[in-house]
Ligand binder design. Structure first.
Ligand code: GDP
Ligand code: GDP
Length: 437
């Protein structure tokens, strides 16, 4: 199921990232169990009164043009209108109303999506009158908050969740492997998709109830049914010229939410970009399987070490995705294109793999024998028992005497041992530590 998306829009320095980080702190995600993701995040899973949503700080999204602030803000607002479910427009109560705020408000007034006008830096609620001038923006009642002093945030979140759309459950066929094809414009996503499926076997279908104009492509290969998620812009070349719409981070995140396997397509001549890292980080945290496809391989002059060097460079850039297979393709010459679906099937199986409890505990016992668990002030960690309660991603619970003695590096070691024993290629693992009295 895809979570609703809340986009935060506003001028630089109004406190967007402070607010974003504050709300994100209360999140209940699996981030804690999956360390190593990039720090300057632009998305964050959050929850308030049981409603889950994904927040995007549009201030952190880079657009292709090397923009002036105002252009960047207009792009943020357009992006939010196009892709978000609720828009949080943050202004600065200390600085007061600015002409840039007014320009953005003009754009935001033209959407039917809910816009929450948030006046930040009202550090003392006695000064709530500071918010009155923002009525001029024509975006309804402003809400005064202070992100740094944590004032009124609860009220703001109440208003926010009132505006979230109804939850809907995807009614998709669960036998199908759902694939999100992700990557910057021009890396060859459309060419790859067309090369993979060919025209004859394709049924293009609208899946109602998901993102506006999301078009999924269903096809079967060697008996396995696949769905490529949101191929709207890929099957027929996008008519929309706006750079904002051509590579929508938000659209990509939604596709990742709905998929089992992410195909991260990278242009061999460009390598991994910042945008790629952010989306890859999201996929990792969301527990999705992934494959890194280095396309346009035909354009690279090669010697015997070229692919090795490329793989190393990618592993450096995407440190948290050591588990993802790297495939070198050319959509143009069709080199290794047939391998793409084989690999998707393979990592999807790994992502859904269950191991027997007895074998699991044997592997852990052997690991502990080679490398004893850490100790702290004379107390040594004891692992009593391990179990795998879940798949997609494979999730393991370790019952221990005292979770506080568990060390990140020791968890990493256990993860490596699990991978050595069982593979789990292409999938992140979720490791949970529980105390037992
Ligand atoms: P962004 O550029 O919109 O993401 O803004 P930041 O979150 O980086 O904040 C810009 C500056 O405003 C930082 O120095 C923050 O500490 C400060 N700031 C953020 N929220 C508040 C607030 O509620 N009150 C006050 N006084 N300062 C704040
Ligand atoms: P998308 O924006 O990611 O969907 O990229 P496209 O599939 O539209 O490809 C962008 C451009 O790169 C087009 O001109 C393609 O013909 C070209 N292209 C795509 N894949 C390859 C490849 O493997 N090799 C070469 N040389 N060109 C490619």
């Amino acid at each position: 199921m895809s979570k609703p998306i809340v986009a935060i829009v506003g001028r630089p320095n109004v406190g967007k990232s402070t607010l974003f980080n504050y709300i994100g702190k209360s999140r209940t995600s699996i981030v804690e169990d999956m360390p190593g993701v990039t720090r300057d995040r632009i998305y964050m899973d959050a929850e308030w009164l049981g409603r889950k949503f994904t927040m995007i700080d549009t201030g952190g999204i880079e657009f292709d043009t090397n923009d002036k602030i105002l252009t960047a803000m207009r792009n943020q607002a357009k992006l939010a209108i196009a892709e978000a479910d609720v828009i949080m427009f943050v202004v600065d109560g200390k600085a007061g109303l600015t002409s840039a705020d007014q320009e953005v408000a003009v754009i935001l007034r033209n959407t039917r999506k809910p816009v929450l006008l948030v006046v930040n830096k009202v550090d003392n609620m006695k000064n709530e009158a500071e918010t009155y001038e923002f009525y001029n923006l024509g975006l309804g009642d402003p809400i005064a908050i202070s992100a740094t002093n944590a004032l009124n945030i609860g009220d703001m979140l109440d208003r926010l969740i009132e505006n979230l759309p109804e939850e809907h459950v995807d009614t998709e066929d669960n036998d199908q492997i759902k694939v999100a094809v992700i990557g910057r414009p021009n890396v060859g996503k459309s060419s790859l998709v067309n090369a993979i499926i060919g025209e004859d076997r394709v049924i293009v279908s609208d899946i109602p109830g998901t993102t506006r104009d999301a078009i999924d492509t269903h096809f079967t290969k060697d008996g396995t049914p696949f769905v490529l998620i949101d191929t709207a812009g890929m099957r027929r070349k996008a008519k929309i010229d706006m750079p904002v719409e051509r590579y929508s981070v938000i659209r990509s995140l939604r596709a990742v939410d709905r998929c089992d396997v992410v195909l991260m397509v990278i242009d061999a001549q460009e390598g991994v970009t910042e945008q790629d890292k952010k989306i890859a980080g999201y996929a990792h945290e969301a527990g999705k399987a992934s494959i890194i496809v280095v396309n346009k391989w035909d354009l690279i002059e090669k010697d015997s070490k070229t692919s090795l060097r490329f793989t190393e460079a990618i592993r450096n850039e995407l440190g948290f995705m050591q588990y993802s297979p790297v495939l070198f393709t050319s959509a143009l010459t069709k080199q290794r294109v047939h391998r793409v679906t084989e690999l998707i099937k393979y990592v999807a199986d790994q992502h859904a793999m269950r191991v027997a409890t007895s074998v699991l505990n044997q592997v852990i016992e052997d690991a502990v024998a080679i490398n004893p668990p850490p100790s702290d002030r004379g107390r040594r960690l004891k692992i009593y028992f391990a179990t795998q309660p879940d798949v997609k991603p494979p999730t393991f619970i370790f019952f221990v005497n005292n979770p506080e003695i568990m060390h990140f590096s020791y968890l990493r070691f256990l993860e490596n041992k699990l991978r050595e024993a069982f593979g789990f290629e292409g999938t992140p693992l979720k490791l949970v530590v529980r105390g037992r009295k």
